[in-house]
Write a protein that binds this ligand. Structure first.
Ligand code: PMP
Length: 396
């Protein structure tokens, strides 16, 4: 086979335009050394950019069960779930998940992106088939995968101001006379701002307007709520989505909800039906993480304490941690060049904290996204705290 380059000028022009806008990205490999340190370009850096919030990616219990299930069942599931890809292990992990989330049922999906993009799309198509186009109310800062789900269903989103439930309520009222199923799509913890949705209020608003609630708990699962069950725990919600790729230290995702909802998704969600089932090693890590989570209260408390401390340090330097109340702390920098200079200074001092720039965040909302992990030692937290003032001077 010979690959041709006839269309390269198109790609090159697009890349050049990105470079001009300072938005072109390149992959930079790192070598993990445990959950909190990576080696990049030959240098050891404390990682404040990972979503491994509990440090489970290197927990021996997850590694042991992944190895055991791989040994027992092979490296691949061999087929999609509806063909021969479903094993007793898949069913057991889904049962564990449903119990963990206090739901009737749960369903595994290949990734969080795939879950949102395909589950939401299926749901909105079904809603449209009820007779009138669905009315989909979405937070302006929802993750790209949630936008993808709406786009795939061809549905126009009615966007409410970020985390502004008054605005959501207002928009629902304004559309009160429209036909069509109401669906509210939001996150319980926002990945870039680290703020949380008031799920009790969201649930009350949804009930009042007869709306379906779809909540992405990617950044809350394992970290927040009683025993890390997420912020939806104890509230009335129709569907919760979560991932294994962040606090649960592995890979893959799930949705939890009623038995009827999950049974229907098994039949109607293309991202479930037309993809190979999760492999045994990945399932083993999921199973062990779910078993461990309830016992990790000390790690969760440590994360909360350290996040409070870092926010205090930022404020003391005159920096804003945005609306963060979680382990995700944005250091709001405004201009992309300023964020890059801040990140470069941190890196010179052994700290990896990525600058997040448009188009991931709105123009002039460039930031350093700090993500804390229970795997960070006190010395690592002190290192970050003592480097922040100098990094600020370096970029001013
Ligand atoms: N939802 C949110 C809010 C996320 O931040 C992410 C990951 N960045 C995803 C979904 C996608 O999850 P995954 O990485 O498992 O595909």
């Amino acid at each position: 086979m010979r690959f041709m380059a006839r269309f390269d000028p198109i790609f090159q022009t697009a890349l050049h335009e990105m470079a001009q806008r300072h938005t072109r990205r390149v992959l930079r490999p790192v070598r993990p050394m445990g959950a909190a340190i990576v080696v990049r370009d030959g240098r050891e850096l404390v990682n404040f950019s990972s979503n491994d919030y509990l440090g489970l990616s290197h927990h021996p219990a997850l590694a042991a069960r992944a190895a055991q299930w791989l040994e027992e069942a092979g490296t691949g599931a061999g087929a999609s779930r509806l063909v021969t890809g479903t094993s007793a292990r898949h069913m057991a992990v889904e049962k564990r998940l449903a119990t963990f989330k206090g739901a009737e049922a749960a369903l595994l999906l290949a990734s969080g992106w795939q879950a949102n993009a395909s589950v939401l799309a299926a749901l909105l198509r079904l809603a449209a088939a009820q007779g009138a186009p669905p009315l989909v109310f979405t937070d302006r800062l929802n993750h790209a995968s949630l936008h993808q789900g709406c786009m795939a269903a061809g549905v126009r989103q009615i966007r409410f101001r970020h985390n502004d439930l008054d605005h959501l309520d207002d928009l629902l009222l304004r559309h009160a006379d429209d036909a069509g199923m109401r669906v509210i799509v939001t996150e319980s913890v926002f990945s870039m701002d680290g703020d949380r949705t008031d799920i009790g209020r969201l649930s009350a608003i949804a009930r009042q307007h007869g709306a379906f609630t779809y909540v992405d708990e990617a950044h809350a699962t394992g970290v927040l709520g009683p025993q890390g069950r997420g912020l939806c725990a104890g509230h009335d919600i129709d569907l919760v989505m979560g991932t294994f790729s962040k606090a649960l230290g592995g890979f893959g995702a799930f949705v939890a909800g009623s038995q009827a909802l999950c049974d229907w998704l098994v039949n109607a969600c293309s991202g479930f039906v037309f993809t190979t089932a999760p492999p045994p090693a990945v399932l083993g890590a999921m199973d062990a993480a779910l078993e461990l989570l309830p016992a990790l209260d000390a790690e969760r408390a440590r994360l909360t304490r350290n996040a409070e401390h870092i926010r205090d340090v930022l404020r003391a330097c005159g920096l804003s941690p945005g609306p963060s109340t979680t382990q995700i702390i944005p250091v709001m920098m405004g201009e992309a060049t300023r964020a890059l200079a801040f990140a470069a200074h941190l890196e010179e001092h052994g700290i990896l904290a990525t600058a997040i720039r448009p188009p991931t965040v709105p123009p002039n909302a460039s930031r350093i996204r700090l993500a804390l992990s229970a795997a960070h030692t006190d010395a690592m937290i002190d290192q970050l705290a003592s480097t922040i003032p100098a990094a600020l001077r370096a970029c001013s």
